[in-house]
Design a protein around this ligand. Structure first.
Ligand code: ARG
Ligand code: ZN
Length: 873
């Protein structure tokens, strides 16, 4: 069954309050729920039945206003409870029995590593009890948790503790009360033997908030960075958006079995441990940064998501797009803004563009879905974030902030729509956002084809921009969008030119915002002495593909002189992509691959430029990924891409060997590692140089790499050495990998890294190795992180996953056939690499479809998996 956005109807019954009592047991868990319900519709038109969502539990009893309901008074179906006749206002008591220890879906109440925990977004609450499990039913929750005192000394739920005490049989209880009305998807419960590290934060209005991070005793030393990140996020949201925290305590719990990254439950965030736990020895700089970002993300949801929530799940981007934008800005302010923007663009252009160009393409605000969990996508999250960013660009920072304030003020405590958000922006800015709204309803990545011409006689540069958008499923025709195109002009010496739009006598600032809102538009820039080089889409001002016929020397000029970090980086990426795609064509035609001296010269220039931003330099020296190159090809040839890209790495490393060695040397430090020591850019650049050097397959370099592995005092440099070694056909490889495993076998996060290293290896026998690892004692089918570390990582290994005989596809599906019954949600997500089959040549198309059909043929396919398979075949 498909659910359509236009079928939305407000709830017939609202829940004024809910009292929950959980008796957690080793065998069964009892849940008693008492709902104060009230009819919210006009009864003069007739009585409507009470319909509650619920499944996957045993119903023990049902009472209405204190009287047990006789069997004739209600109906239970596979997914609902229907009570045909109820009073206007009444209480309903429901008793259900669950078996959390058998819940491998990791949705609702489940067990992980001896503790109880929950995940209710999007629709997990309905597997706990009968409830109107929809985000527009907001209620006051009071929750009592009862459990064995020895095994579960820590009992948590949302809000503040009200009461606690001892019970017979060694049990105890705590009652929690959340003063904020919230939808069921924000409910959370945790029980276990957990260590707690504490801190506190004083809000801008002087309130003291207790911060508590719960983790396993063995991980007690790994939570400091998460807590520090939380405090930074709290301060940042006050300073940047004027948002203050609203409860007396903020709790975060780390769990090992988790389907996604983390969850913003009110006052009680639950996190995948990988986004909490870190020490310098076990986490890389990248891990540290990801933790800061996810901690920020969940914290920011307290306003963008919890205080103002979604009316229905079609509005998911209302909270997710906005919160992604907020966490991106937070990270940009904590680290290097330019480098952060580049990383975000890189992700968008691989993950989201691929989604937008595939069979599951959907607008940021989808029109329909079968399973909402399938719509926690790069489109809803990251493209959604780009739409917020475009609004800020179009409105300007000040009016944007006014719009945000108005949105929070108007809708605090409500469940609203994306339209409400856009309206607040329009009202606060007096801007016409009519055409802009199409971004929310039109799927697909717009293509902007730009061209320039220069009239030397009158000093005018003319920029012509044509926009179009390819058809996507259900949307054959597209309308032109309102696109902010931020541009600058450079002269031939690389100097920024004052930009004067024709007809405007006042010289503008160097960077100009062009508002594109027609299929074709022309902009004239006047007062120029010579032909300029345009810097287009500065800051990646819109999530589009931009085509401009740059010449080789234009790109070299931009690489050297452009002031906007994104454009500067992009120039190098375009140059590299041109070179590598030409090699792909050579490879396909059976021609010999030859290095391009002009390209080598351009890369030598940046490598030796002395650019002080080392992280930027590392970005600039990193070739476009195989996935991004694939995105640029009409028919993807993964083998040729892999060969051409590897050839290019070697073609750079060979002549630049000594430069790479020198830069690496200059970036390495003898000082011990420090988190936030300001040297992560240097480490990244040094490790990139090492990776280039390792492509030379030189004994001396391999020794250097092994030496780095042996002497490293931090996981960043350890992985910097292990990454290249994992793909190195040298006798030391297996020994080092074994040593690494032996040393770290007690650390889940590091063992995950070890599985991924092996799954991502270039070596020819990688698939055999991965198959063998399925039988490794540390492999766990039911643990999402572990499954993703091995099977998920392998599906990202382009040449191996896309092996021409289909062995990679078959392997993935063999494993998914085992996972589907245990965890449909994670299975559906891991199917994504197969859904892009149309992008390949007929041989692979057939093999990929065959594998999808193998899943399709399963009896009782879960809805998650069914939707992905049906839509992609
Ligand atoms: N709201 C969470 C976040 O963005 C994601 C939870 C999604 N979980 C799910 N099962 N769909 O951080
Ligand atoms: Zn989120």
């Amino acid at each position: 069954t498909t659910i359509h956005r236009h079928d939305y109807r407000p709830p017939d019954y609202t829940v004024e309050s809910i009292d929950l009592r959980f008796e957690l047991g080793e065998d069964t868990t009892l849940v008693r729920s008492r709902l104060a319900l009230r009819a919210a519709y006009d009864r003069s038109g007739g009585e409507r039945p009470l319909v509650l969502d619920g499944h996957r539990f045993v119903l023990r009893s049902l009472c209405l206003d204190g009287t047990p309901l006789v069997p004739e008074a209600f109906q239970v179906s596979a997914e609902t409870l229907v009570v045909p006749s109820v009073p206007v206002s009444f209480t309903l008591e429901v008793e259900t029995e669950l078996r959390p220890q058998d819940n491998t879906f990791l949705e609702g109440l489940y067990r992980s590593n001896g503790m109880f925990c929950t995940q209710c977004e999007a629709q997990g609450f309905r597997s706990i009890t009968y409830y109107p499990d929809r985000p527009d039913v907001l209620s006051i929750f009071t929750v009592t948790v009862v459990a064995d005192r020895e095994r579960y000394p820590v009992l948590l739920s949302n809000g503040n503790p009200l009461d606690r005490g001892e019970l017979p049989d060694g049990r105890h209880f705590i009652t929690w009360h959340d003063p904020f009305r919230k939808p069921s998807y924000l409910f959370a419960l945790v029980a276990g033997k957990l260590a707690c590290i504490e801190d506190s934060f004083t809000t801008c209005s002087g309130r003291e908030v207790s911060l508590r991070l719960y983790l396993q005793e063995a991980n007690r030393n790994k939570g400091e960075h998460a807590l520090r990140s939380l405090k930074k996020a709290m301060r940042w949201d006050e300073e940047t958006f004027g948002r203050e925290y609203d409860l007396d305590c903020y709790m975060i719990v780390a769990v090992d079995d988790f389907n996604m990254g983390a969850m913003e439950n009110k006052g009680l965030n639950i996190f995948n441990s990988r986004y909490v736990l870190a020490t310098p020895e076990t986490a890389t700089d990248e891990d540290y940064q990801a933790i800061e970002e996810v901690i920020g993300h969940e914290y920011f949801h307290n306003w963008s998501g919890n205080r103002v929530t979604c009316r229905d799940w079609f509005q998911l981007s209302l909270k997710e797009g906005l919160t992604i934008f907020r966490d991106q800005e937070f990270s940009a302010d904590m680290e290097s803004r330019g480098v952060k923007r580049i990383a975000d663009v890189r992700y968008l252009r691989t993950a989201q563009f691929a989604e937008d160009g595939g069979p599951l393409a959907h607008p940021v605000r989808p029109e329909s879905y079968m399973e909402i969990n399938n719509f926690y996508t790069a489109t809803v999250y990251n493209k959604g974030g780009e739409l917020i960013r475009m609004l800020r660009t179009l409105l300007g920072a000040e009016r944007f902030r006014k719009g945000m304030d108005l949105y929070f003020e108007r809708h605090d405590g409500q469940a609203v729509t994306i339209e409400d958000f856009v309206q607040a922006m329009a009202d606060a800015s007096n801007m016409d956002l009519g055409r802009f709204r199409l971004w929310y309803s039109q799927a697909g990545t717009p293509l902007m084809e730009a061209s320039g011409s220069f009239e030397a006689a009158d000093g005018v540069f003319t920029l012509t921009v044509r926009q179009s958008c390819p058809a996507t499923p259900g949307q054959p025709e597209k309308q032109p969008l309102h696109i902010p195109l931020v541009v600058g002009l450079l002269d031939r010496a690389g100097r920024e030119l004052p930009v004067t739009l024709f007809g405007e006598p006042v010289p503008g600032p160097a960077t100009r915002l062009l508002e594109v809102n027609k299929a074709e538009q022309t902009f004239h820039f006047s007062g120029l002495d010579s032909e300029p080089v345009p810097a287009l889409l500065r800051g990646f001002s819109a999530p589009v593909k931009l085509d401009y016929p740059y010449r080789h020397d234009d790109l070299v000029l931009l690489m050297a002189h452009e002031t906007d970090p994104f454009c500067r980086w992009e120039a190098g990426q375009q140059l590299a992509a041109q070179v590598i795609l030409a090699l792909v064509a050579d490879q396909q035609a059976g021609r010999e691959l030859k290095p391009d001296p002009a390209f080598v010269a351009a890369y030598r220039a940046i490598l030796t430029s002395g650019e002080p931003d080392r992280a930027f330099l590392a970005e600039a020296l990193t070739l476009p990924s195989e996935k991004y190159l694939a995105e640029l090809m009409p028919v993807i040839d993964p083998e040729a891409i892999h060969i051409a890209r590897r050839f290019t790495i070697r073609a750079l490393a060979t002549p630049l060997r000594n430069d790479f060695l020198a830069v690496r040397e200059a970036c390495r430090s003898t000082r011990p590692y420090g988190v936030d020591d300001g040297r992560s850019g240097e480490r990244r650049l040094a490790n990139l140089c090492l990776a280039y050097l390792m492509s030379l397959e030189e004994q001396a370099i391999t020794e250097l790499c092994i030496q780095q592995y042996r002497t490293s005092d931090n996981m960043t440099d350890t992985m910097g050495a292990l990454g290249p070694l994992a793909s190195c056909d040298c006798p030391e490889r297996s020994q080092v990998l074994e040593d690494f495993y032996r040393h770290w076998q007690g650390d889940r996060q590091v063992v995950d890294k070890w599985f991924s290293l092996r799954a991502l290896s270039d070596l020819p026998d990688t698939l055999d190795d991965v198959r063998a690892l399925l039988n490794h004692p540390a492999f766990e089918l039911a643990n999402p992180n572990r499954f993703r570390a091995l099977v998920g990582a392998f599906s990202q290994n382009q040449p191996h996953f896309h092996a021409p005989d289909g062995a990679g596809y078959r392997f993935l599906v063999d494993q998914l056939l085992r996972l589907i019954p245990l965890n449909p949600q994670v299975s559906a997500r891991l199917l994504a690499p197969l859904t892009t089959w149309r992008r390949f040549e007929p041989g692979r198309q057939e093999l990929m479809q065959q594998e999808l059909r193998r899943i399709q043929a399963l009896p009782n396919l879960p809805r998650d998996v069914y939707e992905v398979v049906e839509k992609s075949l």
